[in-house]
Design a protein around this ligand. Structure first.
Ligand SMILES: Nc1ncnc2c1ncn2[C@@H]1O[C@H](COP(=O)(O)OP(=O)(O)OP(=O)(O)O)[C@@H](O)[C@H]1O
Ligand SMILES: [Mg+2]
Length: 380
């Protein structure tokens, strides 16, 4: 039997755990074609939730389009993708799509031939157009018109929405907001991970998205429901386990779904032969994972300065340590605070640490402290 605990990609169908309430809530919102900001820390499962939501919405007769802002480096490519994906969601016939695209002012149809000779119609911003913003707005207006004409509810999901400022500008944010507000045949879900960026974008009254829609904060998956999910799969695989032992996995993975999946995936593999899951096997999981990811951690480590390494060691031993306190600096023989601040900032920029909403520094990868404490220290 294949390992049912998937990680690193989009998890769907029977491999997707819970989120029943969140799905129902989002279906409700989209029934009313509202605008929702979905936010959470990284790897909490926003993208997975959105894909499962879109599967459900399509079953209910909605048209859906998904865009990940990471994939579009400039407004030009975004305008083309948005127009293409929304139109394709509402019209599958290539001829009709080409006709639709040819009526646009700022965008031009593009036909490509697949390996099997099949034709696909996409769209590009016209070559002579210098500023792509009008093309983006035209694409959005076009989507709204087409949805109205087809009598269909369209849901547009924009993932990694916190990337929007990279397009450089308040003009774009304002224009987008003004456009979004006029749509009543399209529901929007704008999803983003960098909480502070998203929140400042939405809440800052000087920024364009202020009060545009409801904020839905995605929390961890309920432990009891997630434990049922894990337990049921283990039973299907004929694994022996005490149900309450699974509780430990949530602590080790700090309730982050990505971590929980990784831990369970590893647990399944480690016990493949014996089919027995013991408390000591569970305890061992983070170290096994840290070992698997060792080449990655080694690279990060090599790029760190001596003071940064001392800080990382300290934080791996004491996650709640206060690096700016005199006691900390005395214990670890580093300082002053200004240089510690510079080190922490640099580690944050490198993505090794992140600053949580409470202002303390955390490891971005939950398993890195295990690598530092058990593997790096063991080398000495
Ligand atoms: N409901 C779920 N059931 C099973 N696994 C899940 C679930 N939600 C998330 N995961 C696991 O977590 C991983 C990360 O999820 P996902 O990419 O959706 O998070 P995200 O919040 O979009 O992260 P990012 O902020 O980095 O974009 C998935 O690859 C999957 O392994
Ligand atoms: Mg995501």
């Amino acid at each position: 039997m294949e390992n049912p605990f998937k990680y690193g990609a989009i998890v769907r169908g029977p491999y997707f755990a819970d989120r029943t309430e969140e799905l129902a809530e989002l279906v409700g919102e989209m029934n009313n074609l509202t605008r929702v900001f979905l936010i959470s820390p990284r790897r909490f499962g926003k993208t997975c939730l959105l894909f499962n939501l879109m599967d459900k919405l399509r079953d209910l007769g909605f048209a859906t389009a998904y865009l990940d802002l990471n994939a579009y480096p400039d407004v030009r490519s975004l305008a083309a993708a948005l127009t293409h994906l929304t139109s394709k969601a509402l019209e599958s016939n290539t001829d009709k799509l080409t006709k639709i695209f040819s009526r646009l002012q700022w965008l031009r149809p593009k036909i490509s031939v697949g390996h099997d000779g099949s034709l696909t119609a996409t769209v590009d911003v016209a070559a002579e157009v210098k500023d792509a913003l009008p093309a983006l707005l035209e694409g959005m207006q076009h989507a709204e018109r087409l949805a109205r004409k087809r009598g269909k509810k369209l849901v547009v999901v924009i993932d990694e929405f916190s990337d929007l400022p990279k397009y450089d500008g308040q003009t774009l944010e304002k224009a987008l907001r003004a456009e979004l507000q006029q749509h009543d045949h399209i529901g929007y879900i704008l999803s983003g991970s960098e909480q502070s960026v998203m929140l400042s974008m939405i809440r800052d009254s000087k920024r364009a998205f202020y009060k545009l829609g409801r904020i839905m904060a995605l929390g961890p998956i309920d432990r009891r429901v997630y434990a049922d999910f894990i337990y049921n799969w283990l039973q299907k695989g004929a694994y022996e386990v005490e149900r309450q032992e699974l509780e430990k996995i949530f602590e080790l993975g700090r309730d982050v779904p990505h971590n929980i999946q990784r831990l369970c995936h590893t647990m399944w593999e480690l016990a493949r032969e014996t089919r027995e899951i013991t408390p000591s096997l569970i305890e061992e999981l983070p170290v096994v994972i840290a070992q698997q990811d060792s080449p990655h951690f080694e690279l990060l480590w090599q790029a760190a300065s001596q003071q940064q390494k001392i800080l990382l060691i300290a934080l791996s031993k004491e996650p709640d340590a206060k690096p700016f306190s005199g006691e900390f600096q005395l214990t670890y023989g580093i300082g002053p605070s200004s240089s510690i601040k510079a080190s922490l900032d640099s580690l944050t920029r490198k993505g090794i640490l992140f600053k949580d909403l409470g202002g303390s520094y955390q490891f971005s990868d939950t398993f890195m402290p295990y690598w530092i404490s058990y593997l790096k220290q063991a080398e000495k």
